[in-house]
Design a protein around this ligand. Structure first.
Ligand code: SF4
Length: 400
């Protein structure tokens, strides 16, 4: 039996799609290789969101191209779409598949049954983005908006719970754009936006909870906040709301759809309704046009906001994006210096957040390797792996 190996880079959506590919291979009587060097067929499911992601994938393409047993090598995913001609010219031995769906049959019906080695299941409910934030390559490689039919979502969740999962992470490229399409002619039953879908999901009468992977500020409606408030056992007290910058000048250049005051007002409203919520956010430092003054606006803004943790990214040009043609690029050494300052603030925020919960009890799910993940995103050691949703008392060694 031929062996296959899938190497996945990037986001939860990519992780989910790699599962679909893997299940297709298994259905076609291939067996999964434990190590990449054993595989007859190697699939790279790539990411291209940062220059670093491209570099990492290219390193592996070079490495496996030297394998003496000459495996079949496939490159799919966002880098395949973004750099197909370049890859074909540099790696003529590699088959570039720009339409990933070729590697798995109809995603609308095919569902993921398991997540080997994972205790929480990612469930892709949406794909595509047309927001064109000026730094982002995603709308150029995932531009078709797609939403999974609700019934397919419900049956996949039931399937995953049957297979032992107790936490389902709802994910997408732009989750908040779930079913927000003008022309709905192909979807009976009228419009269902994200909070509408969530309301139906939590009515599934089984022992599980959902976590929202990430959602844009403007797509959090009052219904979502109310659902989270009224269903603490069913919806994790965690919202990842990308901020990117605390400077209105930079947010405008980024083509983000909100100002710092709007972000502050909305997150204050959310934290008032959900005081134990883990509010996390992405920040890009070193965006073209980010002066010292604007950087300090970001420092001030995040210092004043009750974030539980931050994901800090150093700006990198993505060819083809508007920002890559902007002037006033920030020198790399300044970007580095600013990111170090932001990481220090992040470390302080994480400590403050954990401090609030030491000694209190939280609902948790198995996070693998004798760790538990609470509803509000705290990771804690546990003596042995547990199934289902269980209670933990937050210890001072806990982290976020
Ligand atoms: S919302 Fe902006 S940052 Fe997010 S995927 Fe779309 S274009 Fe990229």
């Amino acid at each position: 039996m031929q062996k296959y190996y899938i190497k996945t880079f990037g986001c939860k959506v990519n992780q989910y799609e790699s599962r679909l590919i893997s299940e297709k291979f298994k259905n076609d009587n291939f067996s999964a290789a434990q190590d990449i060097s054993e595989a007859d067929i190697i699939i790279f499911n790539s990411c291209t969101v940062t220059a670093q992601a491209d570099k990492e994938c290219e390193y592996f393409l070079r490495k496996v191209s030297k394998f003496p047993h000459k495996p079949q090598i496939y490159l799919t995913g966002c880098m395949a779409k973004n750099k197909a001609d370049y890859i074909k010219s540099v790696f003529p031995n590699i088959k570039v598949i720009t339409n990933k769906a070729e590697l798995y049959s109809d995603a609308a019906t095919q569902s993921v049954n398991t997540f080997d080695g994972r205790s929480r299941a990612f469930l892709k409910i949406q794909d595509g983005c047309d927001s064109f934030c000026s730094y982002c390559i995603v709308p150029y490689v995932r531009n078709e908006l797609w939403s999974k039919p609700p019934d397919a979502v419900f049956s996949e969740i039931k399937n995953l719970i049957k297979n032992g999962f107790s936490e389902i992470v709802l994910t997408g490229i732009h989750v908040g754009k779930y079913f927000k399409r003008e022309n709905l002619e192909k979807d009976e039953g009228g419009e269902l936006n994200f909070s509408g879908l969530l309301e139906k999901i939590i009515q599934i009468p089984l022992n599980f909870r959902v976590r929202i992977s990430s959602i844009e500020l403007n797509e959090i409606d009052d219904k979502l906040i109310r659902l989270m408030k009224e269903n603490p056992q069913k919806i994790c007290r965690h919202l990842h709301i990308p901020l990117q910058s605390g400077s209105d000048g930079v947010l405008k250049l980024m083509n983000r759809r909100y100002g710092s005051e709007t972000y502050r007002e909305k997150t204050n409203k959310i934290l008032q309704a959900l005081p134990d919520l883990a509010l996390t956010a992405d920040i890009i430092t070193g965006f073209p046009g980010e002066t010292d003054e604007r950087h300090n606006e970001t420092v001030k803004f995040i210092s004043e906001t009750s974030f539980a943790r931050l994901h800090i990214f150093r700006y990198s040009d993505r060819n083809g994006t508007r920002a890559s043609r902007f002037e006033n690029k920030v020198p790399p050494e300044i970007i580095k210096k600013r990111s170090i300052e932001l990481f220090e603030i992040d470390a302080k925020k994480r400590k403050e957040f954990i401090q609030k919960f030491i000694g209190t009890k939280r609902q948790a799910a198995n996070a693998g390797k004798n760790k538990a993940l609470t509803d509000n995103y705290i990771t804690q050691e546990i003596p042995y792996a547990k199934n289902g949703i269980f209670e933990v008392t937050i210890a001072k060694e806990a982290v976020i």
